[in-house]
Every structure is written in C-alpha cells, then in structure tokens.
Design a protein. Structure first.
Length: 361
C-alpha cells in the first residue's frame, strides 16, 4: 500500500504483519500487559496517596472484610483503562467506527465509575453517585452508542436479535433494537459491578468472556469463517478482537496486583467500564445471547440480588444469607480463595458452553 515507505525486506515483513488482525491482537494483549505491569506500582501509590484509608467497607457486609480489606485503595480500574485504551489506540484500525463506539462506552462508563469512587473515598462513605444518577448516565450514553452501533451494522441484521443455536432465526425489533442494545450494555455493566466483591473475583470472568468474544469478533468479521460456521457476517468486527485482546492483557496485569490479598481494588471505575465494554462488543458482533451464557456468573450474581430484594419486600425473609451470591457463601464459612476459584471454574465451563454454540449447525 505504501511501498515508498518500505526501506527493505524487513520493513515489508513488518508491514505485512500489521495487516493481520491476529498479529495485532496478540501485540495489543502483550502491550496492555506490559503497561499495566510497568505502571501498576505507580498507580497504586498514587491511589493510596489521596485515599487515606482506602475503599470504604460496607458495615453490613461480612465482618472479616472490615479487617482484611481495610486500607486497600480502590479505583484500580484506572490502570486497566489506561493499558486498554493505549493498546487499542496503538494496534487497532482507528478508521473502524465500531472500535470508537466500544471505546466510548468503556471510557464513558469508566468516567461514571471514577466519579462514584471519588465521592466514596473523599466523603468516606459507601454511597457515591446515587443509583438514579448512575442509571440516567448509563442509559443516556448506552442509548447513544447503541444507535451508533446499529447504524454501522449491515442492513437486514442491524435491528434484529440473533440466537446462538437457531442460527437462521432472527427476532426483529425494528426501531426499538437500540433500546435492547442499551439494556445489554447497562445490564452487563451493573452485573460486573455486583460481582466485584472479592479479590480477583470479577476480573478473571471478565478476561474469560473477553477471550471468547475476541474469537467471536474475529470469526464473524471474517467472511470465510462466518460462512463455514453459519454465523452472520458482520464486516469490521474483526477489529474488536484487538480490543478484547487488549482487555485480556490489561486484566492480567491488574490481576497481578488484585490477587489475594489484593493491593488494589478495581472499584466502579473498572467494573462499570468492563461490563459496558463486554456488552458493547456483544451487540456489535450480534451475540448478545452468548454473552448471557458466557457471563453466566455475572447473571447469577445479579439474579441473587433481584431475588433477595423481591422476596424480602414480599415476605420479610431472605432467600440467601447475604446478596450478591458470593457473600452468601462467605456467610456459610467458605474461605475467600475457595469462592473465587470455584467461580473462575464455573466461568470457564460457561465459556466452553458458549463457544460450543458457534459450531452447532
């Protein structure tokens, strides 16, 4: 394409490599991992410097949290977003509007989470931004990005919901599809937020889901593979594999510092952003239902809260010892690493189930 800039055979090889999504996805993952590992200590020291006591701990939560997690800084999502954004900008094709749409949701929800965390650590309480305020911002930004993604999707597919097993069946939503897409993004965002309650609990299922959707984005963005697997071809989504790979690298680097006992929590800065990112990628690749399967841990955690609130208001009794579900197991006496690792295992099983639907014909 630009032979005048190629000085020799070595440059030609590098230039050709950059044309491949797989190469750039791998490079994005390694770049994000390097950045998060390199800047992690500095970011943690910066967060610790102004938080004066770390993340406020819920007094109605498990008693051991008041001791074990006291003083740990939050807002570690800043590190994830820094590594993710820089890597995506370096390695993705920035002419692709879907890349910018997914980044908009990620950074927009991240900014909302940052504001929420900032209020918590500066006012020294667990309230932060009001629930209504959060939802207004999430619904507003989510709807704008949903309309944009719908606009860029191919005609005949842009306003329909696809199903993972019944591949020929398309459920038409017409002009209301952006509302469904918005709900997917907002729902995923808040589901990851509810899951982020133990060291390493949320970030690994997020990385597992990102790995699944890196593959899905690559397959549905490739005409040959999508035809063979009878997937709906969505031009341009291959670049989202680069974004998802960068998310994996950034998540791995963050996990290095978030592994038990955590030196930093991702906070709403990370959880709202990462959930929104997964939701946006699922909408862009037309695999919203697969996200519900692969992210089953997030779905169950959310349902546990909904069931608990509904049943308590109706009967005055609780279904679980405490919600979200991971706190229920804490109350039952399970050690934190046991809960976390078992949730990881379930996430991996659900990822395999989600991937298996791609081959069913």
């Amino acid at each position: 394409m630009i032979p005048a800039l190629l000085a020799g055979p070595g440059d030609l090889i590098i230039f050709n490599l950059l044309r491949y999504v797989t190469f750039r996805a791998g490079a994005a993952c390694m770049t994000a991992l390097f950045l998060s590992m390199m800047f992690g200590p500095a970011v943690i020291n910066w967060l610790r410097g102004f938080q004066r006591g770390g993340q406020p701990i819920r007094e109605d939560g498990p008693a051991r949290h008041l001791v074990e997690k006291k003083g740990t800084p939050t807002m570690g999502g800043v590190l994830i977003l820094l590594a993710l954004t820089v890597s995506t900008l370096l390695w993705a094709d920035l002419r692709n509007p879907l890349v910018w749409a997914v980044l908009a949701v990620t950074l927009g929800f991240g900014a909302l989470g940052f504001a929420d965390d900032w209020l918590k650590v500066t006012k020294r309480n667990t309230k932060g931004v009001s629930a209504r305020g959060k939802l207004v911002v999430q619904f507003g930004l989510g709807l704008i990005v949903a309309i944009a993604i719908t606009w860029f999707l191919p005609q005949g597919l842009h306003d329909k919901l696809t199903l993972p097993v019944f591949k020929e069946l398309l459920i038409p939503f017409g002009f209301t599809f952006p509302i469904l897409a918005m709900l997917v993004m907002v729902g995923a965002s808040n589901a990851v937020n509810l899951t982020d309650g133990l060291d390493g609990l949320a970030i690994v299922p997020v990385m597992i889901a990102a790995g699944v959707f890196a593959l899905i984005a690559y397959l549905v963005g490739n005409r040959v593979f999508s035809d063979y697997l009878q997937l709906h071809f969505v031009p341009g989504t291959g670049e989202l594999a680069v974004f998802c790979s960068a998310l994996i690298g950034a998540g791995l680097g963050f996990l290095w510092f978030n592994a038990p006992p955590a030196k930093v929590f991702m906070g709403d800065t990370g959880s709202l952003a990462l959930g929104g990112a997964l939701g946006a990628v699922a909408v862009a690749t037309k695999h919203e239902v697969v996200l519900a399967i692969v992210g089953g841990v997030f779905v169950v955690e959310t349902l546990s809260v909904v069931i608990q609130v509904f049943w308590f208001k109706r009967t005055g009794r609780r279904v679980f010892l405490m919600a979200p579900l991971h706190h229920h197991f804490e109350k039952k006496g399970w050690p934190e690493p046991t809960i976390v690792i078992r949730f990881w295992i379930i996430s991996m099983i659900l990822a395999l189930v989600g991937l298996s639907t791609l081959k069913i014909r």
